[in-house]
Design a protein around this ligand. Structure first.
Ligand code: NAP
Length: 248
């Protein structure tokens, strides 16, 4: 049995286990299993890998996408440049265990965003400054879309606080991407604290959250005529890409 899985914490509402279970059943893949491995501290990763000798690859979610980097033998250039890894392939050799890190979020985000872009989406706001924000900023940079990050607390260069978002900033950044967990199940009433009243039909609001399928952020955007996109397609694309990597 080839074992795959997801590490992170908490994992109670993970999509991935259901996705792979269905994929394995639909595609008659009988020699693979995908399991959840809740890991509160990344320092316990070597222990997990030793205890699960059949584990051949895993995905990484909150809060370990950045802190896994020092634990890896190799990191793909894209994941290294983005500073976050969400997919690891394990190779067990006589000389020891090798861990190869990739970022398939980047692939999923790029492929799901491209068909929605209009010529006037040349500058963006990225809400949040965590692991997913790194994947998003990597793609925006590659596509030549300028961006400003928005944070509750960071005071770094090119990062604004939510209280600094003016009418002009909202009106000149027609692509707004939520990479925060605000509004994710079960906290359905939460939403990033932006001045929604300045949104228009020219805006595209992309929420990386996929549960619920329509967050309060997207609902409020729709009220002002904005186009919206949730994170489901990105999630499916990154999962398929991870499968491809584990089987390559
Ligand atoms: P993360 O590393 O924990 O970062 C999230 C960032 O959001 C934090 O750095 C924080 O930035 C901000 N934040 C956290 N809690 C917040 C709150 N209550 N209100 C406002 N801002 C908050 O998490 P992540 O790995 O980047 O993931 C973020 C979200 O993206 C999650 O909902 C995850 O499920 C989703 N995601 C979806 C996909 C997909 O395929 N669709 C892929 C990756 C991630 P500041 O402290 O600077 O404000």
């Amino acid at each position: 049995m080839r074992l795959f899985g997801l590490i992170g914490f908490p994992l109670s509402h993970s999509f991935s286990a259901g996705f792979f279970k269905k994929k394995f059943a639909d595609e008659n893949i009988f020699d693979a299993e995908y399991r959840l491995f809740p890991l509160t501290n990344i320092s316990r990763l070597p222990e997990l890998i030793e205890q699960q000798p059949d584990l051949q690859g895993f995905n990484i979610t909150i809060p370990h996408k950045i802190e896994i980097l020092p634990h890896l033998t190799h990191v793909s250039k894209v994941a290294f440049d983005a500073g976050a890894v969400n997919c690891v392939k394990i190779e067990r050799e006589a000389s020891g265990v090798k861990l190869y890190g990739f970022n398939t979020d980047i692939y999923g985000f790029r492929k799901s965003l491209l068909p929605l872009l209009k010529t006037y989406h040349y500058s963006a706001l990225i809400l949040g400054t965590g692991g997913a924000a790194k994947a998003v900023s990597y793609i925006l940079l590659e596509l030549g879309i300028g961006y400003i990050m928005v944070s509750r607390s960071s005071r770094e260069k090119n990062v604004l606080q939510y209280s600094q978002l003016t009418e002009e900033i909202i009106k000149t950044n027609l692509l707004i991407i939520n990479t925060t967990p605000a509004g994710m199940y079960p906290e359905l009433d939460k939403h990033p604290d932006i001045p929604y009243q300045f949104l228009s039909s020219g805006h595209l609001l992309y929420d990386l959250i996929y549960n619920p399928s329509e967050t309060k952020f997207l609902k409020k955007g729709k009220e002002y005529g904005a186009a919206t996109k949730n994170g489901l397609q990105m999630l499916e694309l990154q999962a398929e890409k991870s499968w491809e990597i584990w089987n390559s």
